[in-house]
Design a protein around this ligand. Structure first.
Ligand code: KMH
Ligand code: ZN
Length: 310
């Protein structure tokens, strides 16, 4: 992996997995997403990973017009690198998933490196009454939905977004996804330096065992050598132990309510910024300086916020 003098923090603000009933802290409206993003950037997040939601119901939406209700504010009020999802939700079409990133040409977008089961029915545990009619089926129905990322979809994402200078957070949920990325690297579809985001504890992906982080890191080192930056996160209760292990191994970190609603065992996080502040404390105790958005741009070869289309 590429070693860096400082560590960057990504914050994933809302996502498409958690639903409003699960936590009142989950940002839903454009105003809430903007406010949470600005606060997370002020707390030390250099990269903001963004999804959009229907403002009335909280249902994940791919609609670029909803993204447009928060992107300009975030750009005006922070220097953070904006990272727009191409994952959207497992129930969206590929055209829907690509729409916002194609429209707004962000500095970063995600690229999900393999089809998989992506099951989060466990998040329904203990919920008897749902706020919105869509939530229960959306969560329980994840047991029968494939998160599709075929090679054709991956190549289309890389090419159509690469053309506008967008670079990628490569989402790797298992060891095989690293080899898929290596396939596209070998074909020169994407250029280094790569941001390889290793994801642990998603049911359907590699488990949140710390030995698995070392295995993913070792495999990525073998495949990408000095051409990549390692980052990692884990879903739910594993979030903070895995960012700690990533940093201890010279990697970067991702937090945010998209992937965990907690700040500690059994304690619901009040905000994205609360998780960012905790990550910053952990890194600071390790003596790891926090990277600024400008440092991240230099590390990842990003085009600059003046070159986005929002
Ligand atoms: N929610 C993460 C496990 C994307 O948005 O493209 C995966 C993710 C993918 O953030
Ligand atoms: Zn996401």
């Amino acid at each position: 992996m590429k070693r860096a003098a400082s560590t960057f923090v990504t914050c994933a603000i809302t996502g498409s997995v958690h639903t409003p009933t699960m936590s009142a802290a989950l940002p839903i409206t454009p105003e809430q997403i903007a406010a949470e993003s600005i606060e997370a950037a002020q707390a030390g997040a250099a990269i903001l990973h963004l999804h959009a939601r229907d403002p009335e119901s909280g249902y994940p939406t791919p609609d670029p017009e909803v993204f447009l209700r928060f992107l300009p504010d975030i750009k005006a009020r922070t220097d953070a690198v904006v990272n727009i999802t191409t994952g959207g939700s497992s129930r969206m079409t590929v055209d829907e998933r690509l729409a916002a990133a194609k429209r707004f040409e962000p500095e970063l977008a995600t690229c999900n490196m393999g089809s998989m089961n992506f099951v989060f029915s466990g998040a329904a545990r203990g919920i008897k009454t749902w706020t919105y009619p869509w939530e229960r089926e959306f969560v329980l129905g994840s047991e029968d939905v494939i998160f599709a990322n075929t090679f054709r979809q991956i190549e289309r994402t890389m090419k159509e977004l690469g053309e506008c200078g967008t670079r990628f957070e490569f989402e790797c949920y298992d060891v095989g996804h690293l080899y898929t990325l290596a396939h596209f690297v070998d074909r020169k579809v994407v250029q280094p330096p790569f941001l390889v985001q290793c994801i642990f504890g998603v049911l359907g992906g590699i488990g949140a065992d710390h030995a698995n982080l070392i295995h993913m890191l070792t495999t990525a080192d073998k495949l990408f050598g000095d051409d990549y930056y390692f980052s990692a996160f884990a879903a739910g209760r594993h979030q903070m132990p895995f960012i700690t292990q990533s940093a201890l191994n010279g990697g970067h970190v991702r937090v945010g309510l998209e992937d965990s609603l907690f700040i500690a065992k059994g304690e619901i996080a009040e905000s994205n910024a609360e998780q960012v502040r905790k990550a910053v404390r952990i890194l600071s105790e390790m003596g790891r300086p926090i990277a600024s958005p400008q440092e991240v741009r230099e590390m990842l070869g990003l085009k600059g916020k003046e070159n986005v289309a929002f």
